[in-house]
Design a protein. Structure first.
Length: 192
């Protein structure tokens, strides 16, 4: 699972990336330039997208707006960092589902999401193991005849009997022509 962090190339980007990476989540960094960020989002399928508004806030707003409406990412939570005061109203109006957060809040939220994802994966794995165990028990019970105890779970396979090639059929003898009427020779004509 990963987090997509969209931030323009700048000296601060590396330190901000490191702060987010401390949350334990795998952070993928990209610039909010079309079509690069969209291709990365489709490929990575992140569980969260963080967009830094510190550089080119109008461009970042358009990027966030696009991601909020795109089929692949419209269900993904958007976290917006460093939104300028003069853009807050526009951001709240266009992106009501987005969360305006600080780096510390985002790091805490990402750590919580990561823990929940690990717990869901563990529960899913346990449920699958339980389903397999019940299926094996059901199959073993169904295979046992009534009144007799179930055979042991581990069975050894018997070697397969050798397969004989099919016997070849002998061709049938040629059939004799049926005896039919003989035709008169053309030289002899019957008189009437």
């Amino acid at each position: 699972m990963s987090v997509l962090f969209l931030h323009f190339e700048s000296p601060e980007r590396e330190s901000r990336f490191q702060k987010l990476a401390k949350s334990g989540a795998r952070v993928v960094v990209a610039e909010p330039r079309w079509p690069g960020f969209h291709e990365v989002a489709k490929k990575e399928k992140p569980f969260a997208i963080a967009i830094d508004f510190s550089m080119a806030p109008s461009h970042s707003l358009e990027t966030a707006d696009y991601l909020a409406k795109a089929k692949e990412t419209k269900e993904t939570p958007l976290y917006l960092l460093r939104v300028p005061e003069d853009r807050l109203d526009i951001v709240r109006k266009r992106l009501p589902q987005a969360f305006l957060v600080t780096e510390q809040e985002l790091s805490g939220k990402l750590a919580e999401i990561e823990r929940e994802a690990i717990e869901r994966a563990r529960q899913k794995k346990q449920a699958a193991a339980e389903a397999r165990r019940l299926a094996r028990a059901k199959n073993a019970k169904a295979a046992a005849p009534a009144g007799k105890p179930a055979p042991p779970a581990a069975k050894t396979k018997k070697p397969a009997a050798p397969v004989k090639p099919p016997a070849r059929k002998k061709p049938a003898p040629a059939a004799k022509k049926p005896a039919g009427r003989k035709r008169p020779s053309p030289a002899i004509k019957k008189k009437k």
